[in-house]
Design a protein. Structure first.
Length: 399
């Protein structure tokens, strides 16, 4: 079985700890770095720990045993599903300066026979912890990053050998470069140029058109485009959190979605006045409907475009982290149902009240699920001054 060599894992860890965290600056001496990863990624754990210690910071480990989720959901009663050790998690949120999380699934379909409502009940019970970290992030006191460690099960889902799967990770993350961080900073420079060009247009709404897509997305005032922050590694996309109330039309997603231990295929969503009025899927419809039934999960929190020239991902990876950044011939478009990113706001994120966020059309939800299309499409921007311009065509930004 293929095993990524230690020098490669050291480079991966150094990229995550020394570049992705801290807004591109890496971690500092004396800070506490949370590490959350499954036992299937133990070789990377050793490299991450070494990198943290070399930065004179403190590792705080959450080591997750494989194949324990299904037995938990099979045995837990409703009270146990919703158990939340508030004092312990509050102390953990206060402790952490940064968090690196690793996806390394031993069984991507482990929860396919678990009722979605039970999964959501357990997730929602822990929502306060996520909110504490969001608040800390908005205050500039916390950063995070998410990365992938390839496993046999994940590679099999993607129809690749484990070595082929890892080659895609290596290539996508620039781990084959002499200085991966330098390559990412080069990409970020071009992303910054494009974000400024998009912001200058003062776009009121965008129209996405393809063979199976006819969708309008209203951006809303006081918004800016995001991307390139290395919260996700890799991250090629540019995205914005729109005013959910102005979403109209239909979108078909030709890429499978792996979510909550299930596979969803050929998803179609129809929107009217910002709300999903029809949802269908050839596979996984029950999970899709249960997900949309969650609080405000029938509204969008993100609209995203990936330029095919940026992305080094050319293969389906059966994981949203990579699939939402896929390049190929036409790049991709994806939207996220659920929570909006408040750092899309051009002002001070600490100032608006919950009512003011709602008045600006920022969706608030426990859900945030990205769904992806790689169809050839044209994206036209209608600007506030009444002009229209094509901003994305043939898989590329035109700016």
């Amino acid at each position: 079985m293929y095993q990524p060599p230690q020098p490669l894992l050291r480079a991966y860890a150094d990229l995550l700890i020394g570049c992705a965290l801290g807004g591109g600056e890496g971690v500092r001496a004396g800070q506490v770095i949370g590490m959350s990863l499954p036992d299937t990624a133990k070789p990377l754990l050793i490299a991450l720990q070494r990198s943290i210690l070399e930065h004179k910071a403190f590792p705080h480990l959450k080591f997750l045993p494989s194949d324990t989720d299904k037995p938990f959901f099979d045995a837990a009663n409703d009270e146990q599903l919703r158990f939340f050790p508030e004092k312990l998690k509050r102390a953990e949120a206060d402790l952490l300066d940064h968090q690196v999380s690793i996806i390394a699934e031993s069984n991507p379909e482990e929860l396919k026979d678990v009722a979605p409502e039970r999964i959501f009940a357990a997730i929602d019970a822990r929502r306060a912890f996520r909110e504490w970290l969001f608040e800390k992030e908005q205050a500039g006191k916390f950063t995070w990053t998410l990365a992938l460690y390839g496993t046999e099960a994940m590679a099999a889902q993607a129809g690749l050998s484990l070595e082929e799967y890892w080659q895609e990770i290596i290539h996508a993350c620039y781990l084959d470069a002499k200085d991966p961080a330098r390559e990412w900073r080069r990409i970020q420079t071009e992303q910054e140029r494009l974000k400024k060009a998009l912001d200058v247009l003062e776009i009121a709404r965008v129209h996405v058109e393809s063979e199976h897509i006819d969708l309008w997305v209203q951006l809303g005032p006081k918004r800016k485009w995001l991307g390139g922050g290395m919260r996700n590694v890799p991250s090629y996309e540019l995205f914005i959190s729109p005013d959910w109330r102005g979403t109209q039309g239909k979108i078909f997603f030709n890429q499978p979605l792996f979510r909550y231990g299930n596979i969803l295929r050929d998803i179609t969503l129809e929107f009217k006045d910002g709300v999903v009025t029809h949802a269908d899927a050839k596979e996984g419809k029950k999970v899709l409907e249960a997900m949309i039934a969650r609080e405000n999960a029938d509204k969008i929190g993100e609209f995203s475009l990936t330029d095919s020239r940026f992305s080094r991902i050319t293969k389906f990876m059966a994981n949203t982290l990579f699939d939402e950044n896929v390049g190929g011939r036409y790049g991709n478009t994806h939207i996220a149902l659920g929570r909006a990113y408040k750092d899309s706001f051009t002002g001070d994120q600490s100032k608006p009240t919950p009512e003011e966020w709602a008045a600006m059309g920022y969706n608030e939800s426990p859900e945030h699920t990205d769904i992806i299309s790689t169809e050839d499409r044209t994206v036209t921007a209608e600007c506030k001054n009444g002009s229209s311009t094509v901003i994305f065509k043939d898989g590329k930004f035109t700016l």
